[in-house]
Design a protein around this ligand. Structure first.
Ligand SMILES: [Zn+2]
Ligand SMILES: [Zn+2]
Length: 827
């Protein structure tokens, strides 16, 4: 073998070999148990960044490890290829088509992934912008439509004037467009929605099934769904034949209402102020508030501004007149657009009441000193008994909630309800580069779905991309004009395209049947592979992508297309890659390009550094010295193994008798390393500690190699080196493959079974026990591992330091605990 480690030669050579041998092609059906290892597929934005390299290196170790552990591992890769950047790039570059831009990027990134030596089954590659894929995106839209889960309505939407598109609430960050940072406006548009709210209860309940998910992600999902139990109460408006409804989680405090707040956009505001002197002032206020984003209005530190409308409503419980205000912090989209003000028992209401000098009335009195509305410093939301509440006086809080709901329902003044924060999923996009929504508008038949056999509805090739506020598809007569599938007369196509979150909600099912033209997937295959055993990706997808995927999964289950009710059994959210303490970004100028690292040090070094520098969930601080260190380590492995290859080739593979002395020590280190790497890699994903254990094994091997040849056992050496290579193989697949071949193996190292450690070999000859004096640890003593309790006592008491300890005292008892300690009880 060559004297020097030459990654350039090795890496290309083995990548070609693996491809030629179809090493990573996985059969759909196998005697081996299945394991589905999945990394979130990337948006083909140009080139891989370090975050990608981290994501895929982690996934690759898991996939390779599980394969060696005897699983049939599905490890696919594809492209989340529709979306705005392609279209924006096309606009920017004038004559470039989004498809061209996207496919170029895919080619570049695929090549980069191959250079990293990631073990993907490329036969299963998918791209969501390919008609063979989006045919099924459209087909699934039709299934949702058929089941009443896709519908169209006019809605105020978040509009980014710069991107000229609708944004989901989730894509609005602090009032601005997530992509371009422009302040988001509101617009009324006819939009397609998915009725995800029908699944709110199940999406929430089934979070408890997600035992393999990080706690923080589950909490984020729970908060996003936002279930709250309470009551709707109707409040009639004085002098009008109208009433409005409020939702409250605390119907037990309804006697404490001292004011009422409506959202400025509430449809009744205009009727209430119509004949009031305040009308002009309120109208101006309403207009101002309308233009503010939801986030700006509801931020906890935003100033809460309210105005009296001049109107009153009637508290249905006690007939009291309650003043009606409008305020910036109440939104029409959430709840009912009306909030009852109970300042004594709600902190936001309390602050608002203090600011505007509104009355505060105690209706829940805790045990202990009475609350005093004039002096209390904050609202009281704890337990207590109802007071000032007519017939309910004396009822404890929890009981009171139920009692008031019963009363409201009996008198038809309101009802108990469950409210969710989750809204329906807005999927319409007025952009070109997405899957066209497969619907047709006929003047006679109305809204008609495209027949399934006519799918896919293809994107037209030649369109202007200039953002105008309506879909570019609307300007393509060839696309728009069609015939009605029902009556055959001229009709128009829907011109909106689908949110790309739709494409990514089912891609992991499609990997099981990536080229199937007749069905979205083969049932037997999908049920054989799913659910995904390990999903790996960034925490930025903790809410939307995962929630939408869970929604799709439940729908697909309901219609019998799959058998699993949750898509991802285990989830790992990897940390960010930082440099100088900040996330790598072009604007900060702290980007390290994977290309450069791979060109300078090779893929094995890049992977090893990424896996060694931090545990997967934590952020990883980039360190040039760290990269150098990993590069030196791989050289060290090379220099250890390569010169010995001849010697190792001749070494026997079994042992004559039991190795003893230094040979036993070497074996102990080998097997202790197998145990540690197996546990760290398999159970805990602590790749960093697994790698450092491998580094210690290399150190031990160097020391062992220095021993006189007569002391060393060639079989022990061979066992140690072979296991070193196998343990390192998932982390550094190329160098290990080369050295493996160099010591005489013909079969790929990546097809070797993962080794089991020999429990006999890891037993240490000597162990450390502690000496306690009256239960307190005082000393540590090295004893033979197989020592008897009596010998333990004898040996401990013979220690000079122990003798000093007990000098002049009376030894009452000596209690040996084998393998652990000896306790000496003295008086
Ligand atoms: Zn924008
Ligand atoms: Zn028709």
């Amino acid at each position: 073998m060559k004297e020097r480690y030459d990654f350039k030669e090795i890496e290309g050579k083995w990548q070609k070999y693996w491809e030629a041998e179809n090493l990573y092609t996985v059969p759909d059906f196998s005697q081996r148990p299945k394991y589905y290892c999945l990394e979130m597929f990337p948006y083909p934005s140009g080139k891989l960044h370090m975050g990608h390299v981290r994501n895929y290196s982690i996934g690759d170790v898991v996939a390779r490890f599980k394969t060696m552990k005897g699983y049939n591992v599905l490890h696919p890769m594809g492209w989340d290829a529709f979306g705005l950047p392609a279209e924006n790039a096309a606009i920017k570059h004038g004559n470039m088509h989004p498809a061209e831009w996207t496919i170029d990027n895919i080619d570049t990134m695929r090549e980069q992934l191959k250079q990293l030596g990631i073990s993907y089954d490329w036969n299963r590659e998918i791209a969501t912008c390919h008609p063979g894929y989006y045919k099924w995106t459209q087909w699934l839209f039709l299934q949702l439509y058929k089941h009443g889960l896709a519908y169209k309505k006019k809605a105020a939407v978040n509009w980014c004037p710069s991107c000229a598109t609708v944004l989901a609430n989730e894509q609005v960050k602090e009032g601005s467009c997530e992509r371009c940072k422009t302040i988001v406006e509101k617009r009324e548009l006819e939009q397609w929605f998915f009725r995800i709210t029908n699944y709110a209860d199940r999406l929430l309940d089934d979070i408890k099934l997600l035992e393999g998910w990080p706690e923080k992600v589950k909490i984020m999902q729970e908060n996003w769904i936002g279930r709250s139990e309470g009551a709707e109460i109707h409040f009639p408006i004085e002098g009008l034949e109208e009433s409005f409804t409020v939702f409250t989680t605390r119907p037990d405090t309804v006697y404490g209402v001292t004011y009422m707040v409506l959202a400025p956009e509430h449809p009744l505001v205009e009727k209430i102020i119509d004949d009031k002197p305040q009308a002009a002032e309120i109208r101006e206020f309403v207009n101002n508030v309308r233009n503010l984003s939801e986030i700006a209005r509801t931020a906890t530190d935003a100033e809460k501004i309210g105005l009296f409308t001049g109107g009153y409503c009637i508290n249905p419980m006690n007939g009291e007149k309650v003043p009606i205000l409008v305020a910036n912090y109440v939104l029409l989209e959430y709840g009912t657009g009306a909030v009852m003000g109970v300042p004594a028992h709600d902190q936001r209401d309390f602050e608002f009441a203090r600011k505007y000098n509104l009355p505060i009335r105690i209706v829940i009195q805790p045990d202990g000193p009475d609350l005093d509305p004039d002096t209390m410093a904050e609202a009281y939301s704890g337990d207590g008994k109802m007071v000032n509440s007519g017939p309910f006086n004396g009822t404890p809080k929890e009981e009171g909630i139920k009692a008031v709901i019963n009363y409201l329902e009996e008198k038809k003044l309101g009802r108990g309800v469950v409210n969710f924060r989750l809204r329906d999923w807005l999927i319409s996009r007025q952009r070109y580069w997405g899957a066209p929504i497969p619907m047709i508008y006929c003047p006679q038949c109305g809204v008609v779905p495209v027949p399934e056999q006519d799918l896919p509805v293809l994107l037209p090739g030649n369109v202007e991309f200039k953002p105008t506020g309506r879909s570019p598809l609307a300007d393509s007569p060839d696309f728009v004009n069609t015939t009605c599938p029902e009556c055959g007369k001229p009709a128009r196509r829907e011109t909106d395209t689908m949110d790309t979150f739709m494409c990514s909600s089912f891609y992991y099912y499609r990997y099981t049947s990536p080229r199937d033209e007749n069905a979205v997937w083969d049932r037997e295959k999908v049920n054989g592979w799913l659910p995904v055993d390990q999903y790996i990706g960034g925490v930025e997808h903790a809410i939307l992508h995962l929630l939408y995927s869970r929604f799709f999964t439940k729908f697909l289950y309901d219609v019998g297309l799959i058998k699993n009710i949750e898509p991802f059994t285990n989830l790992l959210t990897q940390g960010m890659v930082l440099k100088d303490g900040a996330k790598m970004s072009k604007s900060k100028g702290n980007v390290v390009s994977p290309e450069e690292i791979v060109a300078t040090y090779g893929a094995d070094t890049a992977r090893l550094f990424i896996l060694f520098a931090a545990p997967p969930e934590r952020d990883l601080e980039w360190s040039d010295q760290g990269v150098e260190g990993c590069y030196r380590f791989l050289h060290r492995v090379w220099r250890l193994v390569a010169p010995m290859s001849e010697e190792l080739l001749k070494a026997p593979s079994g042992f004559d008798g039991k190795p003893a002395g230094v040979n036993r020590e070497m074996r102990r280190l080998t097997h202790a390393t197998i145990k540690k790497v197996t546990e760290d890699t398999g159970n805990r994903f602590n790749f960093n500690t697994a790698v450092s254990a491998i580094m210690e094994l290399v150190n031990g091997l160097y020391q062992y190699k220095e021993l006189p040849e007569t002391d060393r056992d060639p079989a022990v050496m061979r066992e140690a080196v072979e296991h070193l290579l196998i343990l390192l193989a998932p982390f550094a697949p190329h160098i290990t493959e080369e050295l493996w071949a160099g010591i005489g193996h013909r079969d790929s190292i990546h097809r070797q079974p993962w080794p089991e450690y020999d429990p006999e070999a890891i037993i240490e000859d000597e162990i450390t026990i502690v000496v306690q004096l009256n239960g307190k640890v005082r000393e540590r003593v090295l004893v033979p591992a197989d020592i008897t309790p009596d010998k333990m006592k004898e040996l401990v008491l013979a220690q000079p330091r122990v003798q000093n300890m007990i000098e002049g005292k009376q030894v009452v008892k000596v209690i040996p605990v084998p393998g652990k300690l000896v306790n000496i009880v003295v008086k």
